[in-house]
Design a protein around this ligand. Structure first.
Ligand SMILES: *Cc1c(COP(=O)(O)O)cnc(C)c1O
Length: 429
């Protein structure tokens, strides 16, 4: 079972809060490193293995730099994500450009950076050639697969690829592979992302079987060299304390067995395994720290905190569960039931509903678990709310500001087209 233990104490959190006002995101460098080491150790059987961190999950260069130390690349899907990669010096095959509905200029930019471009549709072969504007075709490219139907495993269904907008059908994969071959591409990768936040050791092995079988078919029928299989993201974490955690070593063993069964006998033992994990790499190692500023008792008992859905959108968007620890009350029994709300003028602005917690006082600090991926990055500015700072708890116990909190000047910056914009630029005294 997943144990939900904060990576800081109340005293540490109060000390950090005296320097960086709540709410703020806090990331745990030691945790990020230990997890990256576990992933690399699990896939050490595959010499070409590489994790391309899904930048959209946590687009902070200080955090991505930690992963880059372990040889990780970046999975980008937009112009600004490519700019971030370039600014960090992560270029060439350190970038996987896994985009969809891609604007032409982004194909051009990705190609200029030497990224591996992962095409999402058969028509994107021509769109990409057009975006090259006469530049030579890259040696290595990738195609994103969608098998359709339901994607099932022994104990259930992972998802319904048939209803997903992503990827090419199997006949399209074969046709696109042949077209890329004729255009001069020498090495092809295949990719699929068929489920999100899976909490089972069976997802990657089942996906690997599907992709390995297709890889064998493409290489033998089309005669193009398959150089990698990209299992993408989708390996989840246990957000709830009663869920079993994923075991990356067991997951990798399942992929290894499929590899030995399907690829090795086909003479394809040189295929590299790539991943594009986001959540798995970062979610448990980030927390949103927020202070209780009001308690309101009407038909429910509400804790009003100084964070809101603008800081953490997942509960509002997906009714997602994020575990909450009241710092300093870790051992106190959960005898009270609260709705934990932010201050947006939307009833759905909640961080938790009907949550059993120890009795909370105004002024208590709440530690919202597992916010390190798809947390800060999903933030938005509704109601004029500003995104919070991001702070790194370094391995030596010190803290480092890795993104400052937004100010009203940031919020008003795009009004510079109006005369009033000048006045709004000035900070409030
Ligand atoms: C979102 C995304 C990922 C990462 O997904 P996680 O669930 O965070 O692991 C990887 N690849 C692509 C193409 C994505 O869109």
């Amino acid at each position: 079972m997943a144990r939900k233990v904060p990576f800081i104490t109340q005293d540490q959190a109060e000390a950090i809060a005296s320097q960086y006002p709540t709410p703020f995101y806090l990331y745990d460098e030691a945790g990020i490193r230990a997890n990256a080491e576990r992933l690399l150790a699990a896939f050490a059987w595959n010499p070409g293995f590489r994790e391309y961190f899904a930048v959209k999950a946590t687009p902070n260069p200080a955090l991505i730099a930690i992963l880059a130390e372990y040889g990780c690349g970046v999975d980008c899907s937009s112009e600004t994500e490519l700019m971030l990669a370039e600014a960090m010096g992560l270029v060439g095959e350190r970038i996987m450009f896994s985009s969809n509905d891609t604007p032409k200029a982004e194909f051009t930019y990705a190609n200029e950076l030497g990224a591996i471009v992962n095409l999402d549709d058969i028509t994107h072969v021509d769109a990409f050639v057009d975006a090259l504007g006469g530049s030579p075709m890259p040696q290595t490219m990738s195609l994103r697969f969608n098998p359709g139907g339901d994607f099932a495993f022994a104990n259930g269904i992972f998802g319904s690829p048939e209803d997903a907008k992503f990827g090419l059908t199997e006949p399209q994969m074969l046709e696109a592979a042949a077209r890329l071959r004729d255009l001069g591409v020498r090495h092809l990768g295949i990719h699929a992302l068929l489920a999100s936040n899976t909490v089972t050791n069976e997802y990657y092995p089942a996906l690997a079987r599907t992709l390995f079988a297709l890889a064998v078919r493409i290489q033998s029928e089309v005669g193009i060299h398959i150089s990698f299989v990209n299992l993408s993201g989708g390996v989840g974490i246990a957000y709830r304390p009663d869920e079993p955690d994923n075991d990356i070593a067991a997951i990798s063993e399942g992929v290894h067995a499929a590899y030995n069964e399907l690829l090795v006998p086909a003479g394809m033992g040189d295929v590299a395994i790539y991943t594009e994990l986001g959540r798995y790499m970062m979610a448990p190692y980030g927390a949103l720290i927020t202070r209780v500023i009001h308690e309101k008792r009407t038909y429910h008992d509400y804790l009003g905190v100084d964070a809101c859905a603008a800081n953490l959108m997942r509960p509002m968007l997906y009714d997602a569960y994020h575990h909450i620890t009241v710092l300093g009350k870790e051992e106190v029994p959960a005898t009270h039931v609260y709705d934990v709300t932010g201050m947006l003028c939307e009833n759905s602005d909640r961080l938790a509903n009907g949550r059993a917690l120890p009795e909370v006082q105004v002024g208590d600090l709440l530690y919202i678990h597992d916010c390190g991926a798809h947390g800060h990055s999903m933030g938005y500015n509704y109601n004029g709310r500003l995104r919070s700072a991001e702070v790194l708890l370094c391995a030596d116990g010190s803290t480092r500001l890795i993104r400052r909190a937004e100010t009203p000047t940031d919020y008003f910056a795009t009004l510079d087209v109006l005369p009033v914009g000048e006045r709004l630029k000035r900070p409030r005294p």
